[in-house]
Ligand binder design. Structure first.
Ligand SMILES: [Zn+2]
Length: 139
């Protein structure tokens, strides 16, 4: 990693509204998804309206955090300078039995070892005092 890349901060999510609440749960070590209290449908990323029944009524429901790799891509050339020293890395979409998918990454495994359908479990990685993100490990 060049010194220039090391000095560029990694882009982090804006902790606003339901998105901020999602990351608050992550900071507490809990993966939670929104569940519509009218029809029971889970959703992610966080948003106010249910796409199935158009209800604004929802709650946070804790997920066991176990899913499978739905798809992934290996990034060889970083699109943001903050990630220049991290290549190659895999951007992974994890699918959960709740019916939602989450874009993340897998730790403890080389990108070339990742396979579609691989069972993974959530872990958490703190980037700052306020931002903790879900990552995944092979289970
Ligand atoms: Zn609904």
């Amino acid at each position: 990693m060049s010194d220039k890349a090391a000095s560029i901060p990694r882009p982090l999510p804006k902790l606003e509204g339901a998105t901020g609440q999602f990351y608050d749960w992550c900071r507490k070590g809990e993966l939670r998804f929104q569940r519509c209290t009218s029809c029971g449908t889970f959703r992610h990323p966080p948003r106010e309206l249910c796409a199935e029944c158009r209800s604004f009524d929802w709650e946070w429901t804790r997920s066991p955090g176990e899913g499978t790799v739905f798809t992934y891509t290996i990034v060889e050339r970083a699109l943001h300078p903050a990630f220049a020293g991290a290549t190659p890395y895999a951007a992974v979409v994890v699918e959960f039995p709740e019916g939602v998918r989450l874009l993340s990454r897998i730790v403890g495994l080389a990108p070339a070892e990742i396979r579609i359908g691989m069972p993974v479990r959530v872990d958490f990685e703190a980037f700052s005092e306020t931002v903790t993100v879900p990552v995944f490990r092979l289970r």
